[in-house]
Design a protein around this ligand. Structure first.
Ligand SMILES: Cc1cc2nc3c(=O)[nH]c(=O)nc-3n(C[C@H](O)[C@H](O)[C@H](O)COP(=O)(O)OP(=O)(O)OC[C@H]3O[C@@H](n4cnc5c(N)ncnc54)[C@H](O)[C@@H]3O)c2cc1C
Length: 446
């Protein structure tokens, strides 16, 4: 009998387990994959370099930074990513988010008039028909800011405007343009190191299939026939993935609907290592992420609303560790562009298409990497997408609150049901701390 069983050994699950053990609770973590980390995965590609196949950068001055640098003693290096500057050029959007009431913790808690008006419309609709912004700003919002961030990444014609408002209000007004950092050895080490601190090893390669509850005690059964009893259960998967488990008694209708209506985004993350950083000399990418349409980048962002465009790479970022002699480029293929990538079936076809596209910008040196690694997250059966799950229109209004409502002794904790930084590793820490408070009555956020 455990105090807590945690379903899923991603960052949220391992961080929650570690914190609960520190409070003297007995905890068992169960994981369906054959490794710890979920959407974080660091892979060693040479004796001196690791790459992040999943999440890679963290903002400074945050809880995740403290965990990485103080608790786990990992080294960070400043990344030249510029986050969020261009939205400042969109005055009507800024005005709108500045009017959003303060203190709204989760987007489904927004006042009724905001839910009624903005959860009813897609982000694209607002930009095209309601925003009154100039064309340059409309492009920036649609091509970049509304795709890979708050929702998904999803096409802005399929996500709720209300969630965009909630997300950007917090990020722009309260967080501002923080610096972002890479982690030497990879951000993916973090859940692995947390798991190593646990008293009981994470049980791998054995998905939880049924969670039943009788008289306030949960029985958690796995595919390989193991069974655990616990006073509390934390399900740390996304809502969609949580819906594949059988619950007895069954989930509420609202939670069932939420699970069906919150799809994961489509992204492939490509790590491409080169002998040197030739793109800096060629006047190519400066190390900042960006699109042609913005003033600070020289890379082309394709238009998410025009999936017939031939280019696949939504954005590319110089991810080189300053300590490394080799250069590392990370390219992200987001939203509809992923479909073009996935339509190429073999790794060789995909590699050729990505490198050819880079070569059109940077010349033939781009055709000759020393390492090429694909993180194909939508094809991973345990995550089925990334970076996060979307809020399509009206889902917040109709089923939103179910994302945090406990089901008996089951609590939900994942990067998607956090009050801050949804979809990011910082969101995992907040989500875990919320459920720890529910279970122990102790607010470790303070
Ligand atoms: C390509 C990519 C780039 C990203 N970039 C960044 C970035 O730069 N910065 C940043 O902060 N964030 C980034 N993210 C997002 C970040 O990685 C996620 O927010 C975070 O890892 C989510 O962690 P989680 O623990 O909440 O969920 P998950 O990582 O999804 O963990 C859930 C776990 O549950 C397991 N599981 C599922 N079903 C079962 C079952 N039935 N039984 C047992 N276990 C189960 C899964 O295998 C998984 O391990 C990125 C993600 C990706 C994929």
């Amino acid at each position: 009998m455990f105090d807590v069983v945690v379903v899923g050994a991603g960052l949220t699950g391992t961080y929650a387990a570690w914190q609960l053990e520190k409070k003297g609770m007995s905890v068992q973590v169960l994981e369906s994959m054959d490794r710890v980390g979920g959407r974080l995965f660091a892979k060693q590609i040479s004796s001196t370099q690791s790459i992040d196949i999943g999440g890679g950068w963290i903002p400074g001055g945050t809880k995740i930074e403290k965990l990485v640098t103080e608790d786990l003693n990992l080294e960070t290096f400043r990344s030249d990513i510029q986050k969020y500057p261009d939205v400042w050029k969109c005055p009507n959007f800024l005005q709108l988010i500045s009017e959003f009431p303060e203190g709204v913790k989760y987007p489904f808690e927004a006042p009724k008039e905001w839910l009624n008006k903005y959860d009813n419309m897609t982000a694209s609709y607002w930009v095209q028909h309601e925003s009154g912004e100039n064309e340059e700003c409309k492009n920036d919002l649609l091509q970049f800011w509304f795709v890979g961030r708050a929702d998904g990444p999803y096409r802005p014609d399929s996500v709720s405007m209300l969630n965009q408002i909630w997300y950007w209000r917090y990020l722009l007004i309260e967080v501002g343009g923080k610096d972002y950092y890479g982690i030497r050895g990879g951000l993916g080490q973090v859940p692995v190191l947390l798991a190593q601190k646990l008293k009981r090893p994470v049980r791998l390669s054995d998905p939880v299939t049924i969670i039943s509850q009788t008289n306030g005690i949960a029985t958690i059964a796995t595919l390989k026939g193991k069974s655990y009893k616990a006073n509390h259960v934390i399900v740390s998967t996304s809502a969609y993935i949580s819906g594949r488990i059988t619950y007895e008694p069954p989930l509420s209708w609202k939670r069932n609907q939420l699970n069906q209506n919150k799809p994961l985004g489509t992204v492939a993350k490509i790590n491409i290592q080169y002998l040197n950083k030739f793109w800096l000399d060629n006047g190519g990418l400066s190390g900042k992420e960006g699109c042609d349409t913005t003033e600070y980048g020289q890379w082309s962002c394709v238009t998410p609303e025009n999936p017939e465009e031939e280019n696949m790479l939504t954005l590319c970022i110089d991810a080189t560790d300053p300590n490394s002699e080799n250069g590392l480029i990370v390219c992200l293929i987001e939203a509809s562009q992923y479909d073009l990538f996935a339509a190429r079936e073999s790794l060789e076809e995909r590699k050729e298409a990505v490198l050819q596209e880079l070569a059109t910008k940077w010349g033939d040196e781009a055709l000759d990497p020393i390492h090429f690694e694909v993180g194909d997250w939508p094809a991973n059966p345990s995550t089925q997408g990334c970076y996060n799950s979307a809020w399509p229109p009206n889902v917040l209004t109709r089923f939103g609150s179910a994302i945090i409502e406990p089901h008996g002794v089951i609590q939900w904790a994942n990067t998607e049901n956090t009050p801050y930084f949804p979809g990011e590793t910082e969101g995992c820490i907040y989500a875990a701390e919320e459920v720890i408070k529910n279970i122990t009555g102790v607010d470790i956020m303070k």
